[in-house]
Design a binder for this molecule. Structure first.
Ligand code: MEV
Length: 442
């Protein structure tokens, strides 16, 4: 029987589990065992995880893998990736190796500006509002000093605040549209704190502004929040080589491969159905590193997909061309990342991942993450335009199917060997397990 409950968050962890198990599960003992087997025996570490969110009942594991051999601007990196999809780390490693022998990845941070907005309603004279904004702009910045002074010492802070008229879209709707440089912090808390201070100053100073009528003084703040759309926090990643250097497969010439690869990218540029899957492949690489380094993958996802639609049609994030016999494959992508603050100093595996990356600055991390995305896209397109995706996918997925059927070590060894030379579809794997077990039991 399902039920509602009040005061759930105030219950102890074990009482929360009791309620869940009694309300939703038939086998209380088994359910509790499943939850408890993921608790960490190190109580301090468990408490740390319990306190990341409210109502924690257990830990949810994802594998943390590494993809070595990423040559980025002449320096080698081993990239940590937290992801459940079986083929992603293998694909990243393959692409890294492929490009390692062809000059590696070249990257560049184009810009690092982040945006936040105070959305408000004002029904009065526009010119008077403009005058008030000019009058108050410096005070908005000054009143936020207690929040910005440390960031300013390090070279960041508020870059600008604009008054934006959005009355074409909604009657009486305006914004304070502010831009920020948050250096190595993702900056969400910093930006939101600044915005809430702007809103306070704006509202109280409006009440005291002589130029406003009594009605105009009554500005309504709707909300103050950063934007996860960051088209000016942009990084570029690129690979290039002579077309002939692409050669590695006897079934297709280097020229044919380059042409087919570029066609696949062009299709993703013009066809949204394909673009979404194409970009999903890019996000396989991006999210995995974003997650491993304790960054907010939902923010990154939202910003990236908005950027992919910036010209009015959802399109490919990556592009490819051949010019003067040189194949170039590149991507520009918005990434608001942090290497200080948030989970970065808290989660032991995030700290480890950042250390593995030699404690990068946010700018360096942007470049590494973009490379992981481009590499993933390259690997997917390479498979799609040559062997097809299932060959590699099913090879990696084989272990999942074997685990699903609780194959023992000997069975796994036999079947991995068997599927080196046989096509691994789901039904073929199931059939092979059944045949093997029949043979053993004969
Ligand atoms: C699967 O997770 C990702 C791909 O579908 C990406 C693509 O089609 O480009 C293989």
């Amino acid at each position: 029987m399902c039920a509602s409950i009040s005061g759930f968050s105030k219950l102890s962890k074990s009482k929360k589990i009791d309620w869940i198990v009694e309300t939703y599960f038939f086998n209380a003992k088994e359910t509790k065992n499943i939850l408890k087997q993921y608790w960490n025996t190190n109580e301090k570490l468990q408490q740390l995880h319990d306190e990341f969110i409210e109502n924690t009942i257990t830990n949810y594991y994802l594998p943390l893998g590494v993809a070595p051999n990423f040559l980025i601007n002449g320096k080698f990196h081993t990239i940590p990736m937290a992801i459940e999809e079986s083929s992603v780390v293998a694909a990243a490693s393959n692409a890294a190796k492929f490009w390692m022998d062809r000059g590696g990845f070249k990257t560049k941070v184009i810009a690092t500006t982040k945006i936040g907005q105070v959305h408000f309603m004002y029904q009065g004279n526009k010119e008077t509002l403009n005058q008030f904004f000019k009058h108050i702009k410096q005070q908005l910045i000054d009143d936020a000093k207690p929040i910005t002074k440390n960031m300013e010492k390090r070279g960041g802070g508020i870059l600008d605040i604009e008054l934006r008229d959005k009355t074409q879209d909604i009657k009486g709707y305006y914004q304070l549209h502010a831009s920020f440089e948050t250096l190595d912090a993702m900056g969400a808390n910093f930006i939101n704190s600044c915005l809430e201070q702007f809103a306070k100053t704006f509202k109280t100073q409006a009440l005291a502004f002589d130029g406003f009528s009594e009605e105009e003084k009554n500005i309504q703040i709707v909300m103050s929040i950063l934007s996860n759309y960051v088209p000016d926090c942009l990084v570029r990643a690129e690979v290039s080589c002579k077309v002939e250097a692409l050669h590695e497969d006897i079934t297709i010439t280097a020229e044919e491969f380059a042409a087919k690869f570029i066609q696949a990218v062009h299709i993703a540029e013009v066809e949204p159905y394909r673009a979404v899957t194409h970009n999903k492949g890019i996000m396989n690489g991006i999210d995995a590193v974003v997650l491993a380094t304790g960054n907010d993958f939902r923010a990154v996802e939202a910003g990236v997909h908005a950027y992919a639609s910036r010209n009015g049609r959802y399109s490919s994030l990556s592009h490819a061309k051949v010019e003067n016999d040189v194949f170039t494959f590149w991507m520009e992508i918005p990434l608001a990342l942090g290497t200080v603050g948030g989970l970065t100093g808290l989660h032991p595996l995030v700290k480890l991942s950042l250390e593995l990356l030699q404690n990068p600055t946010a700018k360096e991390l942007m470049q590494i993450v973009a490379v992981a995305g481009l590499a993933q896209n390259f690997a997917a397109l390479r498979s799609l335009t040559t062997t097809g995706i299932q060959q590699g996918h099913m090879k990696m997925h084989l272990m999942n199917i074997l685990n699903q059927f609780e194959a023992n070590d000997a069975e796994k060894l036999t079947l991995i060997e068997y599927f080196k030379t046989n096509v691994a579809t789901h039904s073929a794997v199931v059939e092979a397990i059944e045949n093997l077990r029949l043979k053993i039991n004969d």
